[in-house]
Design a protein around this ligand. Structure first.
Ligand SMILES: [Fe+2]
Length: 193
């Protein structure tokens, strides 16, 4: 009887182990996919540019100001093609409001351009913009590859994106030293040169 119970347990464990191996094999066989909100294949939607875009922003990855009453935020992510190919050298021209909900139209506060690296990654440090004039909290961005068309859109924040396309909401995480947000852009093939 004891042997039969042990044998049953071994059979059960064999089945469990076989199931685990099958699941692992299936996971390893899955193609690499973007972790972003749009996912590979679904292009990041456009959104309105608004009246405050200003060309000529400096190349810089840190827009945060020491005197701001707004918390700091690190925004990172990838830019990929619809086929999940990382896109290097894509410029991301960011602009957003300051802690009072105002855009700097005479200078370049909270305006900056970053580029994706060889793996399609970008990174921007800034202060979290507030909601203003009835609009939810948002960051504007224009993406462009050299010689390619421009994708103009906006990023929104979880729980505060009323009226916005849910595909444009960042993933947000609070840490002791501030917030981290992530968003992966997908540029459809016709936009690529
Ligand atoms: Fe805006």
């Amino acid at each position: 009887m004891l042997y039969s119970i042990i044998g049953l347990e071994e059979t059960t464990m064999d089945l469990v182990n076989a199931r685990r191996r099958a699941l692992l094999a299936a996971a390893l066989a899955m193609p690499f996919a973007a972790s972003g909100q749009s996912g590979c294949g679904a292009a990041t939607p456009q959104d309105m540019e608004g009246p405050f875009y200003k060309p000529g922003a400096p190349l810089r990855a840190n827009l945060a100001e020491a005197g701001s009453t707004a918390g700091r935020m690190l925004l990172t992510g990838f830019v990929r093609s619809a086929e999940c190919k990382p896109l290097a050298g894509v410029s991301l021209d960011f602009w957003h409001a300051d802690d009072k909900g105002e855009y700097d139209n005479s200078g370049y506060r909270y305006r900056g351009i970053v580029s994706t690296d060889s793996q399609g990654r970008y990174r921007l440090e800034t202060n979290l913009p507030p909601p203003y004039m009835g609009r939810p909290r948002h960051i504007h961005v224009r993406l462009q590859r050299l010689g390619g068309r421009v994708l103009t859109t906006q990023l929104y924040f979880p729980g505060e994106a009323r009226g916005a396309n849910s595909a444009l909401v960042v993933k947000m995480e609070r840490r002791a030293d501030g917030r981290t947000a992530s968003y992966d852009f997908v540029i459809s093939s016709p936009l690529n040169p």
